[in-house]
Design a protein around this ligand. Structure first.
Ligand code: GCW
Length: 716
């Protein structure tokens, strides 16, 4: 009986909100599993103590510290105020006299930075986590817990950190019916039907996860959504979410459909220069701020892929953005205006259209506008060169838009760590205005003192138990937060942190996990779009290969538009002999990309059309190299599979099995991409496969006949 009771107790004690889902992945990187005995001894002194006056952010920081210590160390002695104890982890701001008396260099930490320092207060050895604002203390607590999660020493700590960008937001492409455009992790986590009455505890865990990586804003709705979220009854729902997120330093933002004055306001026009239109928006925005006083602002997709916008009235993007920005400005709100535009009527290379349209508007946007630019000029492909707008609008705040959800990198099942892709873009040198002006530097450097900076990530979050559709896709959410905090960060240490927090501290596990992650994106590039190819996926849902597609209404929707393969050669000529898109880059960059001898292999076919016999650096022809790369990609997935097999028993069974099964799906789909692409390109090149490379399993028609109308995430 005793035994039974003990067992029951054990089971019950595991049934805490996060623990209940232990090892399904629900806990993300905040698992707080017990450290090994030797570390428990080393961390023995740690005691949570808060000396800051209670506030929503301080309270959640303290709760998190206790939760973390309890999980990691199996105990969490706590104190509130009173005498300082030995080993105390002291949380506070300058408002706490005992913190102020330490004379810490808090000033340069700004509103969100923090400091973690070993110190002595009242003769006791303590760890101070201090900040100017309460939210900084919360960020500091997460960083402190990470030290334990990644088994660092807690002695002689001297850490200061502050975000390099101000606006660090997720963009949810979530519609009000809970369909997530390009979502592969179930439905939207926003259960609008039950809001505002019921606030799912999951919203709190969402906020915790985001705060742990420094994300401070979330755009709740899809850039393609209708205007309904701006109706009063919906704003009440948004308010309920804002209340949950507020203690975690997270502001809510919404998308604004440009035609809302017509659809909601009954006006005849949405012309941004029409006074009635501006008045309607002003009233609407005032209304939003009455409901949500710290509302973050609006995000707009205009005149892109059928969305309404100022061009409909022969006005510029600046006219549209400024009208909304003016209404937001009195409330301190920010307007994010997307530069992802290309027009059906415009026959010019799609690569050039955003630059052509936006660059001349440099300096014409209000101060509270952030122009949101995708990392590349086409559309979140597995590899694209950096967008030529970075560095080309020195008077306009530009924010980065990355896509965390893997629309073009294998949906949820393919293991593809995007940290390496983002690092590649962020460290790219724009040479604007000079050498060393990396994309990261451009994002970080305000265009004038006090100007706004930011980064957005299209979320991969949904209602799936594991949040992101797969265990490894959590790493992409995590890495996005880290890069938004510090665009100069490196993918590998981020992967190491994530792996240790997510899979446990055993190096026999983390080493292979990190190795898999670091090579994973290149594997996807190889089996989908090697050598600078891009946009070769099937139509609509974008699931699987479709390089043969050439019959869609708009030219730039067709894969054939991008690869331009014919009997003679392959690739898109964007040099001066072709569309001259290279000229949109600074001269040294254009010179490199535009020169067949200097362009990196990885971008060859992005910028050049070459004959099939073109010699690569490897000595192979481009045709042979293509096949070699496709096979290399498939082989890399097989290698990941065997690496993962070796981890059986070293990690919990449920997550291990899920990853194993996903890798097997990935291997099959990588093979599908390889075979279909090789079959197609061979039908065009009419060349034999290089020796040692197998013929596709089926003929081309077989691949063309594959039809998957219910693949998830399609737009509506
Ligand atoms: O990548 C494309 C997607 C669309 C998306 C669009 C955009 C939200 O296929 O689903 O729409 O980009 O970024 O606006």
């Amino acid at each position: 009986m005793r035994r039974f009771l003990a067992l029951l107790l054990l089971l019950l004690s595991a049934a805490t909100p996060l623990g209940a889902h232990a090892e399904t992945g629900y806990d993300l990187w905040l698992r707080y599993q017990p450290v090994e005995d030797e570390w428990r001894v080393r961390y023995a002194a740690a005691t949570a103590q808060v000396i800051a006056p209670s506030s929503p952010a301080i309270d959640v920081a303290f709760d998190e510290l206790i939760r973390g210590l309890e999980g990691l160390l199996g105990r969490a002695p706590t104190r509130r105020d009173g005498a300082i104890g030995d080993g105390a982890i002291v949380l506070g701001t300058e408002k706490s006299p005992r913190i102020a008396s330490l004379g810490l260099p808090l000033a340069r930490l700004g509103n969100e930075g923090y400091l973690i320092r070993s110190a002595t207060i009242e003769g006791k050895r303590v760890t101070v986590i201090a900040a100017n604002r309460d939210v900084g203390v919360l960020y500091g607590v997460f960083r402190f817990l990470k030290l334990i999660q990644t088994r660092q020493s807690l002695d002689a700590l001297d850490i200061t950190d502050a975000p390099k960008l101000q606006v660090r937001v997720l963009n949810h492409w979530d519609n009000l019916d809970r369909h997530v455009e390009r979502g592969y992790a179930g439905q939207s986590i926003w259960d609008w039907q039950k809001l505002p009455g019921y606030k799912d505890p999951r919203y709190t865990d969402y906020a915790r996860a985001n705060a742990s990586i420094g994300i401070n804003g979330t755009v709740l709705t899809n850039v393609n959504a209708n205007a309904d979220v701006l109706r009063p009854e919906w704003l009440e729902k948004v308010k309920a979410l804002a209340e949950v997120f507020r203690p975690y330093g997270i502001k809510v933002y919404l998308t604004a459909r440009f035609s809302a004055p017509i659809e909601l306001g009954g006006l005849k026009t949405a012309d941004p220069l029409d006074p009635q239109v501006a008045a309607w928006w002003k009233a609407k925005i005032d209304e939003i701020y009455r409901v949500i006083p710290d509302f973050g602002g609006l995000l707009v997709k205009a005149n892109s892929e059928g969305q309404p916008g100022p061009n409909d009235y022969k006005r510029t993007h600046a006219d549209g953005a400024n009208m909304l920005a003016d209404a937001l400005a009195p409330h301190g709100g920010t307007l994010m205006w997307r530069a992802f535009v290309y027009a059906a009527e415009n026959p010019d290379d799609r690569h050039k259209q955003a630059y052509t349209e936006f660059q001349p508007l440099d300096g014409k946007f209000r101060d509270n506008v952030l122009v949101q630019v995708k990392n590349g000029a086409i559309d979140f492909q597995p590899r694209e060169p950096f967008h030529p707008l970075f560095g080309a609008m020195p008077k306009t705040p530009l924010m980065m838009e990355f896509q965390i959800t893997k629309e073009y990198l294998g949906f949820a099942t393919h293991l593809a760590y995007l940290g390496t892709m983002w690092e590649e873009v962020l460290e790219a040198d724009t040479f604007r205005p000079r050498k060393g002006s990396t994309v990261a530097k451009i994002l970080e450097t305000p265009v004038e003192a006090g100007a706004v900076t930011g980064m957005a990530g299209v979320a991969n979050i949904g209602s799936d138990m594991n949040w992101t559709g797969s265990q490894f896709d959590q790493a992409n959410w995590y890495a996005f937060g880290r890069f938004a905090w510090d665009p100069d960060a490196q993918a590998e240490p981020i992967a190491r942190d994530w792996a240790a927090m997510t899979w446990g501290g055993d190096p026999a596990v983390t080493r292979p996990v990190v190795a898999m992650m670091m090579g994973s994106r290149e594997a996807v590039v190889d089996y989908m779009t090697p050598l600078g190819l891009g946009h070769l996926m099937a139509t609509g849902h974008h699931y699987g290969p479709g390089p043969w597609v050439a019959d869609l209404a708009r030219p730039e929707w067709n894969p054939a538009y991008y690869h331009k393969a014919d009997a003679v050669g392959i690739g898109f000529d964007r040099t001066a002999k072709g569309t001259n898109a290279v000229a949109q880059y600074a001269r040294p960059v254009a010179a490199q990309f535009g020169d067949l001898k200097r362009v990196p292999d990885a971008l060859l076919l992005w910028f050049h059309h070459v004959p099939w016999e073109h010699r690569m650096r490897s000595g192979r022809s481009v045709w042979e190299e293509l096949v070699v790369r496709y096979d290399r990609g498939v082989d890399a997935v097989k290698a990941m599979e065997s690496e993962w097999d070796g981890l059986k028993g070293k990690i919990d069974d449920r997550r291990w099995t899920e990853v194993r099964d996903f890798l097997s799906i990935q291997r099959q789909e990588a093979g599908w991409w390889r075979d279909a692409s090789v079959a197609y390109f061979q039908s065009v090149s009419k060349r034999p496969l290089p020796a040692g490379h197998a013929a596709p399993a089926h003929d081309l028609d077989w691949y063309k006949a594959i039809n998957t109308p219910y693949a998830p995430g399609n737009g509506k």
